[in-house]
Write a protein that binds this ligand. Structure first.
Ligand SMILES: Cc1cc2nc3c(=O)[nH]c(=O)nc-3n(C[C@H](O)[C@H](O)[C@H](O)COP(=O)(O)OP(=O)(O)OC[C@H]3O[C@@H](n4cnc5c(N)ncnc54)[C@H](O)[C@@H]3O)c2cc1C
Length: 475
């Protein structure tokens, strides 16, 4: 017999499970369907983010950073490490344990919020007066009937044409997070967030890493000054990044992978590596969903077509996260999930896309919110810029991590903050102050006049805000 719900969420990643929690908080009878399986075949909710994305990548970034510190940086603090060695199996097992803690945490949250969880694939089966019929194909077949459906089926790595992922030599993010032995030579195609983070992990653990990027500019979405500073730092670390390349062929055999490419000067080159990570973007997951059964419209790129408020072409069917337009970020998916649940309840849920922060967890970390200097120039907006280097900050010196800077961009007349860009230690945490400030439409002077703890990295933020008015104190 069919089970009836007010809200059925298909997909249990950050978009889906958060939407389900908010819907349950608002008093709706809520179900969430997710098909991700752990190694034992059991449920592993949390989606890409928890299983093969944000969480495991940050676990490995942390472990590999400790390894690098122990090998290179501790001696600067007077700490000598003898016989340093890497137990990669243990590092990977720890990463998996962190993933499992998050999976279990989400299962606990489903119980706590009385959300019915179904482990299996959810697909549209039809529509009746009672609502949308959703078939669940899992350990047991079920049919759910929902007044409202939230599609949050996420995305999967895009493969290079003619070079399917085998997860042994040609790796997606999935395989890149589980290489059993540090490769001697690692190739990465795509110098975006995932390519840089994964390249950093394996370089720190000893691989010789070469990244090939099609775009002529490094980190084109970031502020140019920040991207340049980051490129210098990555170069010093030994990451080889070739821009403006065209990939021609990828051939894998027992010896490794040969990538034939044309470099920025138009010359044919070959990169021979042991493993190749392909991180050239992600495609929305809609095939298992059977959108045709109910006439759910997709856009020309295969994403579920939605308006600004995540409404699809069908009444009471919504879609959030990576499966719809917009940045593929876990926190964007979560915000959309909350907003949709609130809209279903007749409230005015809202996502401010201007204040969605971007973070790259490399070393130095890179984070930004709002507009870049090149975007302001292109829009003809009059602005003032202020920058302050971590090298002039006492806490950064004490940490032994003085790379980078904070940059403020503020409206020339009103002084409203238009963008904040950070490359440097803990940029991922520092950016939160800028997000709050922009959400409240603060001016750079507001930040400049706020008392910041000393000594702290946040003083660099304050000083950069002061620098907008050319009155930084410590530089
Ligand atoms: C290596 C890597 C690192 C990343 N790091 C970060 C980061 O640091 N910060 C950040 O903000 N973002 C990061 N991201 C991006 C982030 O993971 C995604 O933006 C986020 O997971 C999107 O959430 P979602 O809920 O839309 O989809 P997903 O997390 O992809 O979840 C979708 C879920 O739906 C399930 N599903 C799909 N179809 C069906 C179906 N028909 N029935 C049932 N279940 C289904 C999937 O199995 C999955 O569990 C990273 C991504 C990768 C790959």
């Amino acid at each position: 017999m069919a089970k009836n719900f007010d809200v059925v969420v298909i997909g249990g990643g950050p978009g889906g499970y958060i939407a389900a929690i908010r819907a349950a908080q608002l008093g709706f009878a809520t179900a969430c369907i997710d098909e991700w399986k752990n190694e034992q075949g059991g449920p592993a909710p949390g989606g890409t983010c928890t299983n093969v994305g944000c969480i495991p990548s940050k676990a490995l970034l942390q472990s590999s950073e400790y390894f690098e510190h122990a090998g290179h940086d501790f001696r600067n603090h007077g700490i000598e490490v003898q016989g340093l060695s890497l137990d990669l199996a243990k590092m990977l097992a720890r990463k998996q344990a962190v993933v499992k803690q998050n999976n279990d945490g989400i299962l606990y949250l489903f119980k706590k919020n009385k959300i019915a969880f179904f482990h299996g694939r959810g697909s549209f089966a039809g529509r009746s007066d009672a609502g949308y019929e959703i078939a669940v194909a899992g350990a047991a077949a079920e049919t759910l009937v929902a007044k409202h459906v939230i599609v949050a089926t996420g995305s999967t790595a895009r493969a290079l044409p003619g070079a399917a992922f085998d997860e042994k030599q040609i790796l997606s993010n999935d395989g890149a997070l589980a290489i059993p032995e540090v490769p001697k030579r690692l190739g990465v195609i795509g110098a975006g967030v995932i390519g840089l983070e994964m390249g950093s992990v394996w370089r720190r653990l000893g691989a010789e890493v070469t990244i090939l990027e099609a775009l002529p500019a490094f980190l084109g979405a970031a502020d140019e000054q920040i991207a340049k500073e980051a490129a210098k730092a990555f170069g010093r670390q030994g990451l080889k990044i070739h821009l403006g390349v065209r990939i021609d062929t990828v051939k894998a055999d027992r010896k490794g992978v040969a990538v034939g490419y044309t470099d920025a000067r138009g010359e044919a080159q070959t990169l021979a590596v042991d493993k190749l990570i392909v991180s050239i973007g992600r495609v929305p997951n809609t095939t298992g969903l059977n959108p045709a059964a109910v006439g759910l419209a997709l856009d020309e790129r295969g994403f579920v077509a939605v308006d600004d408020e995540c409404r699809t072409n069908l009444p009471n069917v919504w879609a959030v996260g990576d499966v719809v337009r917009g940045p593929m970020l876990a926190h964007k998916a979560e915000e959309e999930g909350v907003a949709v649940a609130e809209r279903i309840a007749g409230q005015h849920g809202h996502v401010n896309f201007n204040t969605v922060p971007w973070v790259i967890y490399t070393s130095p970390e890179i984070a930004w919110v709002g507009q870049t200097e090149q975007q302001l120039k292109a829009a003809g907006r009059a602005y003032r810029a202020g920058t302050f280097p971590f090298a002039a900050n006492g806490r950064a010196r004490a940490l032994g991590d003085t790379t980078g800077l904070v940059k403020f961009l503020a409206d020339a007349k009103s002084d409203e903050i238009l963008g904040v860009h950070i490359v440097g230690p803990l940029a991922s945490e520092l950016i939160a102050e800028a997000v709050v400030a922009m959400e409240f439409r603060a001016s750079s002077e507001d930040i400049a006049r706020i008392c910041h703890a000393h000594p702290s990295l946040s003083e660099v933020t304050k000083e950069a805000a002061l620098a907008v008015d050319k009155r930084a104190l410590n530089f």
